[in-house]
Ligand binder design. Structure first.
Ligand code: SF4
Length: 209
């Protein structure tokens, strides 16, 4: 086994030890709620999204209800979340598209998800993985940073990082890897001050300081 692949396997084993229950931290009860929460989470914290979604989903429990809303009304539920005006327009438009093209259901299909307003590759992959248990690696800021620091990618474009991680790690572990890298990025390998001294991955990491 090439050294890079062997190191990837060792990192995966250590992550499994550190974060055995790694899962999305966005609260949701259905694919619809996960889709909306994920759109809202772009450039915002999961905490701010989780604080807003109970009231939002109580008022708009499904795509049919949200499709009838006017964005100005939706704004009042999400105004503590970053970029809320654009996101209000996007989630209403996405709900309308779900009703018009998918019978009000969230499609289990990457291209169909990608065609929804406010949905990019990261959001589509998060929904496929967490709502439908489909192997996918969503590359957000944490996953991209960790992939580079751990020496698994030199790219800054998320699509390229995604392809490199998918080539390096077994398909059945992609969903876990995504969640575990996010947790490690939030708790230890912080963007500005990585805590290498207390990092269990340090012996495997070419960026340790
Ligand atoms: S050793 Fe440092 S740079 Fe490497 S993963 Fe750990 S915290 Fe991040």
């Amino acid at each position: 086994m090439p050294a890079r692949q062997r190191r990837a396997a060792q990192v995966l084993a250590e992550l499994a030890h550190l974060y055995p229950d790694a899962a999305t931290e966005l609260n949701h009860q259905s694919p619809f709620e996960l889709l909306i929460a994920t759109i809202l989470s772009a450039q915002a914290t999961d905490i701010s999204v989780n604080a807003a979604t109970p009231a939002l989903f109580a008022r708009y429990p499904d795509a049919a209800a949200l499709a009838q809303a006017v964005p100005e009304e939706v704004v009042s539920y999400i105004q503590r979340i970053g970029l809320y005006r654009g996101k209000a327009k996007n989630i209403v438009a996405a709900a309308q598209q779900l009703v018009a093209q998918h019978g009000g259901q969230v499609p289990d299909d990457f291209a169909a998800l990608l065609a929804l307003p406010g949905v990019g590759r990261k959001t589509a992959n998060v929904v496929l993985a967490n709502a439908f248990n489909r192997p996918a690696i969503a590359v957000d800021t944490h996953v991209g940073r960790l992939a580079r620091r751990l020496g698994f990618s030199q790219h800054h474009h998320p699509d390229k990082v995604e392809l490199e991680l998918e080539a390096l790690f077994p398909r059945e572990r992609w969903i876990f890897l995504h969640h575990a890298l996010i947790l490690h990025g939030r708790r230890v390998c912080l963007a500005r001050n990585p805590n290498c001294t207390d990092c269990a991955l340090a012996p495997l990491c070419p960026s340790r300081v």
